[in-house]
Write a protein that binds this ligand. Structure first.
Ligand code: TXA
Ligand code: MG
Length: 287
């Protein structure tokens, strides 16, 4: 299914069988829980407990590229496999018109991780999904290129609000709407979001970050006006626009891999706003 962030592999979140299939297809570790997607908060409130912090953000930013970790209700119908037996559930209200239409019609939520093999690059168009799974899935709904191009921001609201995965909705915006302080997931803290696993988002060839120039014949991912055209140079945004760079990142990884380059060198990306999310993804991809 298309979403505004990346394409997702969707299944009925209430059915163990669907959820098991998702883990199997993705080769995803069982301890890494799935995001559950709903049409609106009213549908979600049967399965999870929604608090004040949730509503402050929901009002301003949903539907959109934001995922909330909240407490699961005792009588929640969500498959315990989807939530890796945790007492919390990650929920999201995607904005893409096609997925919204589907979510409005069905009477169950969708468990939907990014539609890629575990640890790989998330797909941002229907062709990318096909490249991941070939004929192992029956249908791909083509909703065009995902506008945002990187995964949603994940914020944990079960305690003091905490960003577990950065995204295009950045810390400043969240702080503004929450009207209170919160924490970034520090490197020392216990692995709370398994998506924060070190190796992730990897195109399958070595990546080197914060580079000034690539050795000859290797791919060089650049950013901004400074770089001339060259057959091994790939510019994420000539205008130096971080949002545009995020939207182009995964396609660029895939393109470079397809062109059979052996290594990727990436220029230093400004670490502010969406740049924080880009740096998070390229750092993990480089592990
Ligand atoms: O943009 C997105 O979020 C996309 C689209 C398809 O919606 N989905 C996506 O799902 O990126 P996935 O499975 O690739 O990433 C889900 C992230 C993982 O880092 C996972 O560990 C975290 O959410 N997560 C899920 N449930 C959690 C929970 N209860 N507590 C903490 N983290 C959780
Ligand atoms: Mg993923």
């Amino acid at each position: 299914m298309p979403t505004e962030t990346v394409y997702g592999l969707a299944g009925n979140a209430y059915k163990n069988k669907s959820v098991k299939n998702i883990y199997k297809l993705k080769k995803r570790p069982k301890k890494n829980p799935l995001i559950i997607h709903y049409y609106d908060f009213a549908k979600a409130s049967n399965d999870v407990i929604l608090n004040n912090d949730f509503f402050k953000l929901y009002k301003r930013l949903c539907p959109g590229p934001l995922t909330f970790v909240v407490k699961k209700r005792k009588n929640s119908k969500i498959s315990s496999i989807a939530s890796s037996n945790l007492e919390t559930i990650a929920i999201r209200f995607p904005k893409h018109q096609i997925i919204r239409k589907v979510l409005k019609k069905i009477d169950f939520p969708l468990a939907m991780p990014s539609a890629n093999i575990s640890t790989g690059v998330s797909p941002v168009c229907a062709e990318n999904v096909y490249d991941e799974f070939k004929n192992k899935i029956k249908f791909i709904i083509d909703g065009g290129k995902s506008k945002i191009g990187i995964e949603s921001t994940v914020i944990d609201l079960t305690n003091k609000p905490k960003i577990l995965r950065p995204g295009v909705i950045d810390g400043n915006l969240l702080k503004k709407f929450l009207k209170k302080d919160f924490v970034y997931n520090s490197k020392k803290s216990k692995l709370k979001s398994p998506g924060m696993m070190k190796k992730h988002y990897s195109p399958g060839i070595p990546i080197f970050i914060n580079q000034k120039k690539p050795p000859k014949n290797h791919a060089f991912i650049t950013f901004g006006k400074k770089y001339r055209k060259n057959k091994n140079y790939f510019n994420l945004s000539k205008n130096g626009d971080l949002k545009e760079a995020a939207a182009n990142l995964y396609q660029t990884f895939r393109k470079i891999k397809k062109l059979k380059f052996k290594k990727i060198f990436v220029i230093k990306i400004p670490n502010k706003g969406v740049g924080i999310a880009i740096n998070d993804r390229i750092t993990r991809a480089s592990k």
